[in-house]
Design a binder for this molecule. Sequence first.
Ligand code: ADP
Length: 624
Amino acid sequence: MKVSRQQILYATIFLAALSVVVWLTATLTRETAVEELRRTGAGRLKLFVSNLTSELEKYEFLPQILAKDERIIRLLIQPGDRAHVTLVNRYLEQANTISGASDIYVIDQDGLTLVASNWNSPKPFVGKNFGFRPYFQAAIRGETGRYPALGMTSNRRGYYYASPVEANGRILGVAVVKVSPEAVEAAWAGAPEKVIVTDYNGVIFITNEPAWRFKTLRPLPAAVVDEIKLSRQYADSVLAPLPVVEERPYDHGGSFLTIQESSAVRYLIQSQEMPTHQWRVHLLSDTRKVDVQIAYFSGYAAVSVITIFLILMYLLQRRRNLIQRLQHQTQIEETLLHAHRDLEVQVRQRTEELTEANRQLDHKVREQQRTAEDLRNTQEELLQSAKLAALGQMSAGITHELNQPLTAIQTYLGIAQQLLEHRQYDELNGNLSDILSLTDRMARFTGQLKTFSRKSTTSISELPLKQTIEDALVLITHTHKQAVKILKSFPDYDVLVLADALRLEQVFVNLFKNAMEAMRDCKDAKLYVSIEPDGGSIRVQVRDTGPGVPAEDLSRLFEPFFTDKEAGIGLGLGLSISQDIVNSFGGTIKVTNHPAGGAEFTVTLQAAESGEFRASNTTPAGRS
Ligand code: ADP
C-alpha cells in the first residue's frame, strides 16, 4: 500500500497531538493528585500527631504524682521494710493496671529498682539497676526524664517518663512510668499511609510498619550509633538505614522518597515535630495510586484523542468523498454541457446542411419543373407538329370524307329539285332531312378537325349532365340508324357537373358513335349508359355489346390517330380529343372490357358544388 505524504502528515500530527495531550494530562494529573495527596497527608499527619500527643499526655504527670506519694517517699527512706515494699509493689501494680501504662517502678539514688508494678511477674524489674538510663540520670539531677528505649528486661519498647522523688530538699530516688507505643501502633495499623515516629537521633521508634522498627530514615554517623549502642537504648538493634534509593524535595512541602524493598516504592513524606518529646512524626503516602490515576487519566486522554482523531479522519474522508462526488458531478455536467454544445453545433451544421440541401432540392425541383414545363411545351409543340403533319397526310382522307357527303348532297339536291317540281313534298322533306344529316356530318367532321388542329378555349360551368347525355343520344340516333337498344340508368334528380356543355356533348357523341360502329354487325346490340355519384365526382359509364377492344390496344386507344378504321372512315382522333376535353374539366376517361363482353368507357367528372345529387347522392332513386 502506498502511503501518501498527506497520510504521513496526518500520522505525525496525530502522534504529536497524542504525545502532547498524554504528557499534559499526565503532568496535570500528577500535580493535582500529588497535591491532593499532600493536602490529605498534611491533615492526616496532624491527626496522628495529636493522637500520639494525647496518648502520651495521659502519662506525663503520673510519675510526678507518684513522686509526691508518701508511700514511695517512705520506701526510699526505708528500703529495708519488707512489708512496706510489698505494699508499694501492690500499689504500683494497681496504679499500672488503672492507668494502662506498661510499667511503673521506683529506683533509688543508685539506680537500683526497689519496687515495680511487675514485681510479681516472671521478669520483674525489682533488683535491676537502671542507673545508666538517661531518664534516670535526668531525674536524679532534678529534671523530668523523657526517654524512648527498648526495655532491657522485658525487651519491649517503651517511652519512659521519670520524675525525681524528693524529701526535705533531697532527691531520694526516681519514679518511672514506662508507656508502651503498641496501643498507638495498633490504632495506626489500619491506616493507608506508613506512619513513623523518629527520636532525636532519627531512629524509628514507633511505626505501623513493624519491619521498619529501629531503622533510621537516614544513615546515622558512626559516633552516634556507638553512643546509642553504649547507652543500650535500643539494646542490640542494628539501627540500619531504610533502603532509600532516591530523595527529592516536593516544592509544595515534604519530599519524595523512594524506598527499595522487594520493589521500589515512592512515597511522599511529610513530617511534623513534636518538640515536647524531641520527636518527629513522619507520614509516608504511597504515590503508586497517583501513578494509577496518571495511567487512568492518560489512557482516558489517549482514548479521547484517538476518538477525536478518528472522528476527524471520518469527517475528512466524508468531506473528501463529498468533494470527489461534487467534482465527479461537475465533470459529468461539464461533459454534458460539452456534449450539448457539440450537439448544438452538430444540429446547427446539420440544419445548415439541410437548409443547403433543401435549397439545392428546391433549385432542382424548380429546374425540374422548368424542364417538365419545357418538356410539356416541346411535347405539345411536337404533338401540334405531329397533328399538323398528320393532317397534311390525311388531307386526302379529309377530302374524301367531305367529297362523299358533298356528292351525296348534290345527288339529293338534284332529286329534291325533281320532287319539288312534282310537288312530292313528303319525299322532299325526307330528302332534305337526309341532306341536313349529311351537312351535319360534314360540319361535325370539320368541327373535329377544328378542335384537333387548334386549342379551343373552355368555359366551364355547372351543367345538367342528364340533359347533355340525352342530347348526345338524340344526335347519335339521328346519324346512326341502327337497331340498338339504349338502356339508361340515371338518377331521378338533376346531376350537375363542372364542364363545357358543347364539348362534353362532343365527348359523349364520340363514345356513342364508337359504340354504334363497334356494334354495327351485332344482332342484339345494346348500349348501356349510367350515371352514378362517386364522392365528389360523377361517374358516367358507356358500355356496348360489341366485340370490345383487343387487350394489346387498350393502352393505345387514346393515342391520336389510333384507329382500326379505313382511311376516310375514322381519323383516330375522337378518343384523343375526348380525353383532352375531359382532362380540361379536371376529369378522367378510361376504358376496359366488360366481363360480359363489349367495351366499357368510364368518364369521371367533377360534381358541381350546388349539385342536387349532393342532397340525396347516397340514395339514387329511379332509373330509366
Ligand atoms: P375513329 O373512330 O375515327 O377510329 P376514335 O379515336 O374515335 O377514332 O377511335 C379509335 C379506335 O378505337 C377505333 O378505330 C376503334 O378501333 C376503337 N374503338 C373505339 N370505340 C370502340 C368500341 N366501343 N368498341 C370497339 N372498339 C372501339
